[in-house]
Design a protein around this ligand. Structure first.
Ligand SMILES: [Zn+2]
Length: 54
């Protein structure tokens, strides 16, 4: 897995991130970094809300 260190430094997930914050973080994350996939639970919630992502 390749980690985009500079991106992570500039995009730190808030400790008490809301669903929306996490969702936005992961959508941005997957575009810039491949260190980890979107968590299954989050992905499922996003699908329920009709959001598309790859
Ligand atoms: Zn990453």
């Amino acid at each position: 897995m390749k980690i985009n260190g500079p991106w992570h430094k500039n995009h730190i997930m808030p400790k008490n991130a809301t669903f929306e914050q996490r969702m936005k973080w992961h959508l941005a994350h997957q575009k810039h970094c491949a260190c980890r996939p979107i968590p299954q639970k989050l992905a499922e919630e996003m699908k329920k809300k009709g959001l598309k992502f790859s």
